[in-house]
Write a protein that binds this ligand. Structure first.
Ligand code: TGC
Ligand code: FAD
Length: 404
């Protein structure tokens, strides 16, 4: 008789020695060869170029943005998910993984890349004329030109529909007047994508920053995102030809659709900041001794490490799920909101818990944890506050908008 017995499934014996969150979660198995390669390349760049310098840049409130842009451009990381015009044309997941690794270095580095590729370059790619694309995209993808994206104003942050910056017709030209606030890359930009109100509705303009009447003032005294350039833009009778207007942008929908791209990068990026905090806390817990034993041997510390690993893993899975869905058939804005709301919130939680494990050392710049925690406060606010993303999800679930 033929035996029908089914052999027992192979159960690996439990791991006794220390492991890492990524090994425990079998992260490598979630990625294909090309994705692992891109991840490893960006991780190596962060380890060799960013990690040794970032604490100093952060403390000084500086970023060598121009040099970094060229280095990031040479690796194909600027506008990497866009096609043509010198851009790499990678998948959304590959772009997300690059953001994850960059933000494991610092949110400011990911911001430089997000604003360049997902906001300024994406706006030109999606809404620009052929002439604008040819003029700006190749040099921006190489990092020879830097872009910024001016949507927020001093009196209109969460509610950009109220913007006061105005573009008025003057013969064949446009005259722009107004101010934009909190603009990443503003003072180092060669081109500013400026959103302005016209008689026909909201329009976008590619403003060369050497145009008379344009000025950018760096915002200093930040306690967060210190290794990132943040500026106020002032437009005082800036005269532009109609060829500077983005012809495909015909309403607020245009800038809001750029935000989806940058928010997607943050869904992954926040996971990178969380991972760096978790790995730092793990290493510290293994080496720091109190009461004659490593603090990692106490149950309370182990509970923190286990909970952080769970939330890190769930955030990574959510990011990958959204990335695969984006690559398959695109994401709706509220799906991006799910990822941004959860992953930034959990990354902040992980950073705060990691800080407790490091005790007093956790408040210093010697370790990256407090820097990530401070940065993540900006990440929670920019690209739509957590309240805005909650309301976007609420609107999707109920069909009722509760913004106003
Ligand atoms: P609402 O009436 O809902 O929408 C106006 C039109 O836009 C469409 N729409 C979107 N389209 C694409 N993607 C989205 N995410 C969209 N959200 C809305 C909408 O369908 C409508 O289209 P149409 O054709 O019917 O006219 O607009 P609202 O005024 O009620 O506002 C909605 C709200 C609150 C969700 C929106 O204003 C919002 O997202 N506010 C948050 C603002 C924000 O996130 N600002 C970010 C600035 S950039 C930045 O922070 C960079 S940080 C640096 C870095 O990334 O590193
Ligand atoms: P507000 O909109 O004034 O909100 C204040 C508080 O009120 C928040 O908690 C908010 O959630 C809450 N709130 C507002 N409306 C409601 C409501 N209807 N219901 C419930 N709560 C509500 N912008 C750009 O355009 N380009 C950039 O490159 C850029 N870079 C940035 C870099 C940094 C470091 C920072 C901090 C910000 C940047 N921003 C940029 C601006 C950012 O997008 C805004 O700060 C953000 O959209 C929130 O606007 P606000 O700060 O004016 O806050």
């Amino acid at each position: 008789m033929v035996s029908t017995a089914i052999s027992a499934p192979k159960t690996p014996s439990p791991k006794v020695g220390p492991t890492t969150p990524d090994v425990l979660l079998r992260v490598d198995g979630l990625l294909d060869e090309e994705e692992r390669q891109i991840r490893d390349t960006v991780r190596a760049l962060v380890r060799s170029r960013i990690a040794p310098e970032i604490a100093g840049w952060y403390e000084a409130g500086e970023l060598p943005a121009r040099d970094l842009a060229v280095e990031l451009g040479s690796l194909g990381l600027l506008g990497m998910h866009l096609r043509g015009y010198g851009c790499a044309g990678t998948s959304a997941v590959a772009y997300g993984l690059a953001c994850l690794e960059l933000e494991a270095g610092d949110s400011g580095i990911r911001s430089l890349v997000s604003v360049q590729g997902s906001l300024a370059m994406f706006a030109l790619h999606a809404f620009g004329s052929e002439e604008q694309k040819e003029q700006w995209l190749p040099q921006m993808s190489a990092g020879r030109a830097i872009g910024c994206f001016g949507l927020t104003e001093p009196d209109f942050g969460s509610d950009p529909a109220g913007m006061r910056t105005r573009a008025t017709r003057s013969g064949d030209d446009w005259i722009l007047n107004g101010a934009k606030m909190w603009i990443t890359n503003g003072s180092v930009a060669d081109v500013a994508i400026v959103w302005a109100r016209t008689d026909e509705g909201i329009r976008g303009f590619a403003v060369p920053t050497d145009t008379p009447g344009f000025a950018a003032h760096a915002i200093t005294s930040k306690m967060s995102l210190r290794a990132s350039v943040t500026s106020e833009l002032v437009l005082d009778d800036v005269r532009l030809p109609d060829s500077a207007r983005l012809p495909g942008a015909t309403s607020l929908r245009a800038p809001l659709s750029c935000l989806n791209e940058a928010r997607f990068g943050i869904v992954f990026g926040a996971v990178g900041a969380a991972r760096d905090c978790l790995e730092t806390a793990l290493a510290y817990a293994r080496s720091r001794t109190q009461f004659d034993r490593p603090i990692g041997g106490f149950q309370l510390t182990q509970q923190k490490l286990a909970d952080m690993t769970l939330e890190y893993g769930k955030a990574l899975l959510l990011a990958l799920h959204l990335g695969r869905a984006k690559d398959a058939d695109g994401l709706r804005p509220e799906q991006v909101s799910l990822g941004k709301l959860n992953n930034v919130r959990e990354a902040i939680g992980i950073a705060r818990t990691a800080r407790t494990i490091l005790g007093a050392s956790g408040i210093t710049g010697e370790y990256p944890v407090m820097r990530h925690a401070n940065n993540l406060e900006s990440v929670l606010t920019y690209e739509g506050t957590s309240e805005m993303h909650t309301l976007v999800i609420g609107q999707a679930l109920t069909g009722t908008a509760a913004f106003r």
